[in-house]
Every structure is written in structure tokens, then in C-alpha cells.
Design a protein around this ligand. Structure first.
Ligand code: PRP
Ligand code: MN
Ligand code: MG
Length: 183
């Protein structure tokens, strides 16, 4: 990973740390959802690596679905709500939904999505989020499964992007400032 790593100032979470924590999260979910009809809902694109790893650590017959959502910027009238670019494929009525995300930042995306999924008749909706950037929170969102608390730094990797790149970095790292200054 030398080509990607040359843009990284420091590694925050290693591949091994991710693997270990994700396995624990999978075990917790396996224990908590015995006998329940579970749908994992991955929020693309950021959730992809975490979703792939987490689902293989859950020893239950879960189903998978995905959504693509974007939160409106602060300057629009719709600030604080979300724009669904790709919706779920299947009905979630009566299902136990676990929304899978790479990172929670302001919390606006999840604060809007969770009530929506509940309104659609899900039996329960919980969140499994790999990275928690607590300091940036604007909405009080309950996250049942958190991988790691991280500082408010410009991080990339394990699904998190800068200008759509670095999602495929297998660890979480802090981007060198000259990379995003350069653009
Ligand atoms: C990022 C991230 C979360 C969301 C978190 O997604 O993957 O989905 O932002 O931000 P919030 O807590 O402030 O709402 P993004 O919209 O960049 O799309 P992506 O997953 O395709 O990168
Ligand atoms: Mn995302
Ligand atoms: Mg992004």
C-alpha cells in the first residue's frame, strides 16, 4: 500500500485493530439478535468495507440491503434532512434493521434516516458504526454498536474518502494536509 500510504501522515487504526474490533461487534450482534429477522442496511459508498467485514462476523441468517443517501448542505432550505439517491430494494416491515455506516460525524444523516426507517414499520432500527467523531456531533443520535471513537482529524480509509479516493486503504489514517491543500 505504498502508493496510498505516502499521502498518510499517521495511521490511526491498523488493519489488525479493525479486524479485532469488527469481529467483537459481529459477536455482539450475533448474541443480541438470536431468532430475529435481521436486515443489514449498508449506506453506500462509505459503508462498503465495514459492511463486508462485519457481515462475515455475524453468525445469523441476515439479509442485506443498501441505500445511497446524501445530507443537504447547511445553506439549503432542506438543511438537516436527507436526499435518498438509492432506496432499499425490499420492504422492511416487521424486520429488525441494523444500519451499517463507516462514520458518524454531525449525525445529521442518521438522525434523519432512523425515523424514516421506523416510520416504514421496521420492528427495530439500530446503528452499527465503525468510526465515531464525537466532537463534531450536531444531533444526539443513539449508536448501539460503535467501533472506535476518533478525534476530529481529516481521516481516510476503510471506506472513508477524500474526493472519493482512499476508500480502499485497509487502515484508518490521517491525511497529510498538503494532499487536500493541493486538491
Ligand atoms: C459520509 C459518511 C456518512 C456521513 C456521515 O458519507 O460515510 O455516511 O457522511 O456524516 P454526518 O454524520 O455528518 O451526516 P458521504 O455523504 O460523504 O457519502 P459516501 O459514503 O459516499 O462517502
Ligand atoms: Mn456515507
Ligand atoms: Mg464521503
Amino acid at each position: 500500500m505504498d502508493n496510498l500510504m505516502k499521502d498518510i501522515r499517521k495511521v490511526l487504526i491498523t488493519r489488525e485493530q479493525l479486524q479485532k474490533r469488527v469481529a467483537e461487534m459481529g459477536q455482539e450482534i450475533t448474541r443480541d439478535y438470536q431468532g430475529k429477522d435481521v436486515v443489514l442496511v449498508g449506506i453506500l459508498k462509505g459503508a462498503m468495507p465495514f459492511l463486508c467485514d462485519l457481515m462475515r462476523c455475524i453468525d445469523l441468517p441476515v439479509t442485506l440491503d443498501t441505500m445511497v443517501v446524501s445530507s443537504y448542505g447547511d445553506n439549503t432550505v432542506s438543511s438537516g434532512s436527507i436526499n435518498i439517491k438509492k432506496d432499499l430494494d425490499k420492504d422492511i416491515r416487521g424486520k429488525h434493521v441494523i444500519v451499517v455506516e463507516d462514520i458518524i460525524d454531525t449525525g445529521i444523516t442518521m438522525d434523519s434516516l432512523v425515523p424514516l426507517l421506523k416510520k416504514r414499520g421496521a420492528a427495530s432500527v439500530e446503528l452499527a458504526i465503525c468510526l465515531n467523531k464525537k466532537e463534531r456531533r450536531e444531533r444526539d443520535v443513539f449508536v448501539k454498536y460503535i467501533g472506535f471513537d476518533i478525534p476530529d482529524e481529516f481521516i481516510v480509509g476503510y471506506g472513508c474518502d477524500y474526493a472519493e479516493k482512499y476508500r480502499n486503504l485497509p487502515e484508518v489514517g490521517v491525511l497529510k494536509p498538503e494532499v487536500y491543500v493541493r486538491g
